[in-house]
Design a protein around this ligand. Structure first.
Ligand code: 13P
Ligand code: SF4
Length: 319
């Protein structure tokens, strides 16, 4: 194992590359190089987008899923962005196409379209602004329009609607996408865990179904938010024990950051995120500068990159 870590770190220098890792990576890809791992930066989807704009290296190896690596490329067209497995997708991103958005706009003329960043570049290109789970509420509230189209996550949209109704009375028109990970946190599975761990607080992602959110927060304290909100909340809460209603491997960062707290982490993992391994990260790095590079490199048509830039850039004003 140490040999592979050493080779990855040596290749990063040789190939002028950095590794950006999402919090849902397997734990071995979450550890930063300065503490014995290989990652140069770890973050949620917004944090990774911000970091992508700061990277000095010529090459970015993105340990995450394709919609995230595409966002990094669009923000940095002059850099090369590689993925250990170019097939790492997302059930939300694949639930909607550019054509679907065009049809929605025809059915609801003049209504602004907010695209969750979990969409492919072609879809983003048809939208007015992107958001992540960290800034969705602020972005939705910033529009004057009484109605907004929010795509593609129906559950996140319903959760957002609850908060927006309380704050602004705005109405969201929703699509039917679902995160195949977070939809598994059902009311009955969560209520069983809440009975087993009555002193625990809940750490719940926006992508969990509304009926689970409503039932859980009726009885139990905690946070509903983005990955970053979840990490921050634990630091501010006096509670000792937490039930994680989000991707299981986020538990690695939580345990590492708060070694004195206890986390109940149901073993629900994103199969797309898990396509990234140390082995294929090494292969992607080896391929940089060779004929094999295109197997790993994000390559988007210039016109799509240009049109998807504006909604992403607008999102970056809400960091
Ligand atoms: P974050 O924006 O919280 O990183 O979430 C990304 C994601 O894929 C959630 O399932
Ligand atoms: Fe997509 Fe869900 Fe996986 Fe995130 S956890 S990448 S939203 S399938």
């Amino acid at each position: 194992m140490n040999e592979i870590l050493a080779e990855i770190n040596a290749l990063k220098r040789e190939k002028n590359a950095v590794i950006l890792s999402h919090y849902y990576m397997p734990p071995e890809l979450q550890v930063l190089e300065n503490v014995g791992g290989v990652a140069d930066f770890i973050g949620d989807s917004l944090g990774l987008s911000v970091e992508a704009t700061r990277v000095k290296a010529e090459n970015i190896v993105f340990c995450g899923v394709a919609f995230m690596a595409e966002t990094a490329k669009i923000l940095n067209p002059a850099k090369k962005v590689f993925m250990p497995d170019i097939e790492a997708g997302c059930s939300l991103a694949s639930s909607i196409t550019a054509k679907d958005v065009k049809e929605l706009k025809q059915r609801h003329p003049g209504i602004p379209v907010i695209a969750y960043v979990n969409t492919y570049a072609e879809t983003k290109a048809e939208c007015d602004i992107c958001c992540t789970s960290r800034n969705a509420l602020r972005i939705a509230a910033s529009f004057d329009s009484e109605e907004l189209i929010f795509v593609p996550d129906i559950y996140m949209g319903q959760n957002l609607q609850q908060s927006l109704t309380a704050q602004t009375g705005k109405k969201l028109i929703l699509w039917h996408g679902r995160c195949e990970v977070h939809e598994q946190f059902t009311q009955s599975s969560m209520s069983a865990l809440e009975l087993m761990y009555p002193a625990a607080e809940i750490l719940m992602h926006w992508e969990v179904p509304l009926e689970t959110v409503s039932a859980s927060f009726q009885k139990t304290k905690g946070v509903l938010g983005s990955t970053n909100d979840i990490i921050k909340y634990v630091g501010q809460s006096p509670a000792h024990q937490f039930i994680l209603a989000s991707e299981c491997d986020l538990g690695a960062t939580l345990k590492g950051t708060y070694p004195d707290k206890e986390f109940i982490t149901p073993c629900i993992k994103c199969p797309h995120m898990k396509k990234n391994t140390l082995q294929n990260t090494l292969q992607a790095l080896r391929a940089i500068g060779t004929n094999d590079a295109m197997k790993y490199e994000i390559d988007l048509p210039a016109d799509i990159m240009q049109r998807a830039y504006l909604p992403i850039k607008r999102m970056m004003d809400f960091v």
